[in-house]
Write a protein that binds this ligand. Structure first.
Ligand code: PMP
Length: 391
């Protein structure tokens, strides 16, 4: 066989998959590994899609998505996050936030362009940058700074080759957030450098403490910002594969070209479901958020009580405790916890080298499962301590 593309060949499979596959091959495992809501999509949203089939709405839509959906998306951003976009030429409906990530890099990058990525970060960014011919450059985030991006680190990472920075707040895997005041410190650096700011806001609705802030809300840099968002997390719609991009008209036009040739248009039934979600789904978001917050409070207090130092995340459904007190590496911790206690979590290293010393725990599972899992984690940690003391 002739050789395939070298970048694709050299991509490492996601470090999350390995644990899923292992957990699935064992009986009785409680998984705190998954990155998707455990709630089913609210029924009124499903019904809207089902009705559309009866009405014969089974064709392509406009490449950008239906105008009705784009109008609702823009209205939603205006009402909830205070930023204005034109539904006609600044909004593009995508196949999940995932397509949005890919479109950004394909559209922006020339070979060798640098993209600043925060470490730890979501697993799909680095492969997307590499496949588009770019070069990821990392800024290390720390638990002491609550995993926030600091202006001095941003300044130091920017070079003449920097094309963009990839942000994701609230963050997968750390749960970290950035407030308006935090962003205000970065704005002069963004403005001066002129780099694109790609802001993955997929967890915006899962902000528990304080207000979600998008960097696009700063007028002086709004044109540099590309917002990635979608319906997966806020509305428990992962399987519908629907997201969107908001950015200035010229960039949006260029991204729409790529989208047109690789996707044509996002699934029609999913777009109809999303219209229903935006029209009538506000209370669903609020209810789910309340439940996630209850789980977060439980898991954080239990983990800190057993000596796994855990910042209380202000958003997402992940916690990112420090496990260094156990003397194990992230991978050892996860493997032993799975084998001995049948609890699946993900090593921090799946999200970048600076995830070492941490594990990612998802609380997108029932309150009861979290209780049991915390008890088993407590047993696991105290057995490790006893072993250490007996040495
Ligand atoms: N960004 C982040 C940070 C995510 O965690 C995920 C899903 N795990 C996505 C993007 C992709 O979401 P989707 O394609 O389902 O919209």
């Amino acid at each position: 066989m002739l050789p395939i593309n070298e970048t694709v060949r050299d991509l490492k499979p996601s470090g999350i998959r390995k644990y899923f596959d292992l957990a699935n091959s064992m009986e009785g495992v409680i998984s705190l590994g998954v990155g998707e809501p455990d709630f089913a999509t609210p029924w009124h949203i499903c019904e809207a899609a089902a009705d559309s089939f009866k009405d014969g709405k089974t064709h392509y839509t406009a490449n950008r998505g239906t105008l009705e959906l784009r109008e609702l998306i823009c209205q939603y951003y205006q009402e909830n996050f205070g930023v204005q976009y034109n539904p006609v030429n600044e909004a593009l409906v995508t196949v999940g936030g995932s397509e949005g990530v890919d479109l950004c890099f394909r559209t922006l990058l020339n070979p060798g362009d640098e993209v600043i990525v925060l470490d730890p970060n979501y697993v799909a960014y680095e492969p997307a940058i590499l496949m588009a011919g770019g070069k990821p450059v990392y800024i290390t985030l720390t638990q002491e700074n609550d995993f926030k991006l600091l202006p001095e680190d941003l300044k130091a990472a920017i070079t003449p080759k920097t094309k963009a920075i990839m942000l994701n707040y609230p963050s997968n895997p750390t749960g970290g957030t950035m407030s308006k005041e935090d962003y205000a410190k970065l704005v002069p650096v963004f403005k001066e450098s002129g780099i694109y700011i790609i802001s993955d806001e997929i967890y915006a609705e899962l902000t528990f403490d304080g207000q979600f802030c998008t960097p696009a809300s700063f007028d002086e840099i709004k044109d540099q910002v590309i917002i990635i968002n979608g319906f997966s997390k806020a509305f428990a719609m992962t399987g519908w594969r629907l997201g969107f991009l908001l950015c200035n008209a010229e960039l949006s036009k260029q991204m729409t070209k790529v989208h047109q040739f690789i996707i044509m248009s996002a699934p029609t039934a999913a777009q109809i479901a999303a219209v229903q979600a935006l029209k009538e789904g506000r209370h669903d978001i609020l209810e789910m958020r309340k439940e996630y917050e209850r789980r977060r409070n439980l898991i954080c207090s239990r983990l800190n009580a057993v000596g796994l130092k855990t910042n209380i995340p202000k958003g997402t459904f992940y916690v990112f405790p420090d496990i260094t007190s156990t003397g194990l590496t992230s991978d050892e911790f996860c493997m032993q916890l799975l084998e001995k206690k049948k609890i699946a979590v993900v090593p921090g290293t799946a999200f970048g080298v600076h995830g070492e010393g941490h594990i990612r725990i998802s609380y997108a599972t029932s309150y009861n499962n979290i209780k049991i899992a915390c008890e088993r984690i407590a047993e696991f940690v105290s057995e490790l301590k006893e072993k250490e003391e007996a040495k």
